[in-house]
Design a protein around this ligand. Structure first.
Ligand SMILES: [Zn+2]
Ligand SMILES: [Zn+2]
Ligand SMILES: [Zn+2]
Length: 325
């Protein structure tokens, strides 16, 4: 038996987690590279210097343990730390050259650095599907519309990624389908959905020519909710803050040359701009620290709500869906 150093409960020797509080026990770290056994707290193998990875959460009881709840409740994220997380998400794009015969292929190639993109040619629904984190684009649409869709859905994927890295950092774990199920649940709460949609429209709008901006799905969500104007305004500012973070990075990869090619594609497709959504854009956003404080607060509230058995049932269904893909 071993005693948990957080809550004092006696646990079986082979347990990886405290059965009472969910505290992570790792008495020995086996190096994934050379097999050497390392100290509990080691980050790097004493023998070969390989990185010893954190563990992953594979069970909802563990996810919603008191220990993790406290981690989230007390979580603080400095601007520097947050910027590190962002940098890490975009890092792989720095090491990949974007190629493609057409501008749509190039944008598709960029999005594929982050997640899988799949064409479809049936039904209305297009977008970012949680079952496997795919971006779907309909290849029957004009190339310009496909470009806009891919950038829009990439923004949704990036929001997912940001929340994922944030939670991995807070819980000090690797990602897992259990953790991802919670993120999907979180992304489905109405407030966050509205802000997420505003963000994706804004990111898309940055890279397509003036006048073609479109806030369709955001407007639809707003129409179907009973939030007051002030709350909607807050969600817009929240979404705009995320959009600015994403745009700064994407501008590095969708530079001036590619933006010119996108403009040409719109001309080739002979679409006329409607100019009706340009007024939806705003400069207003929260400063990074305030935005992240708000984000952590909502994450904590939703975490508490999700730990309730009814919601865990829902999470298990989501997880099954992800695991099947
Ligand atoms: Zn314990
Ligand atoms: Zn080693
Ligand atoms: Zn969307």
């Amino acid at each position: 038996m071993k005693k948990c150093d957080v809550c004092g409960t006696l646990n079986f020797k082979d347990n990886n987690y405290c059965t009472h509080c969910g505290n992570k026990f790792i008495f020995e770290h086996v190096c994934p590279y050379c097999g050497s056994i390392n100290e509990d707290y080691a980050n790097f193998c004493a023998n070969c210097n390989g990185q010893i990875n954190p563990i992953s959460i594979n069970d909802f009881d563990i996810l919603f343990s008191e220990f993790n709840e406290n981690c989230l409740l007390n979580a603080k994220i400095s601007d520097e730390k947050y910027n590190d997380l962002l940098r890490n998400i975009f890092l792989r794009a720095d090491f990949t050259e974007i190629h493609g015969n057409t501008i749509k292929d190039k944008i598709l190639n960029l999005a594929s650095i982050f997640t899988q993109c799949k064409p479809k040619s049936r039904g209305y629904e297009r977008g970012f599907i949680f079952l496997g984190n795919y971006i779907y684009y309909d290849d029957r649409l004009d190339e310009s519309v496909q470009i806009a869709t891919i950038i829009h859905e990439l923004a949704h994927y990036l929001i997912f990624s940001i929340i994922e890295s944030l939670l991995c950092d807070i819980f000090n774990v690797k990602t897992s389908t259990t953790l991802q199920s919670f993120i999907w649940y979180f992304l489905m709460i109405p407030e966050f959905k509205i802000m997420n949609e505003y963000c994706a429209h804004t990111v898309e709008g940055r890279f397509i020519p003036y006048g073609y901006q479109n806030y369709g799905s955001f407007n639809l969500l707003v129409k179907n909710t009973s939030f007051d104007e002030d709350s909607i305004k807050t969600m817009e500012m929240f979404g705009n803050s995320f959009a600015n973070e994403i745009i700064i990075y994407l501008e590095k990869y969708i530079g001036n040359d590619l933006r010119q090619e996108i403009k040409l594609q719109y001309k080739m497709d002979l679409k006329s701009p409607s100019y009706d959504s340009i007024l939806m854009e705003t400069d207003e956003c929260f400063n990074l620290n305030d935005k992240n404080r708000m984000l952590l607060k909502i994450l904590y509230d939703v975490f508490k709500e999700a730990s309730n058995p009814n919601v865990i049932c829902e999470l298990k269904n989501i997880k099954e869906g992800i695991d099947l893909n």
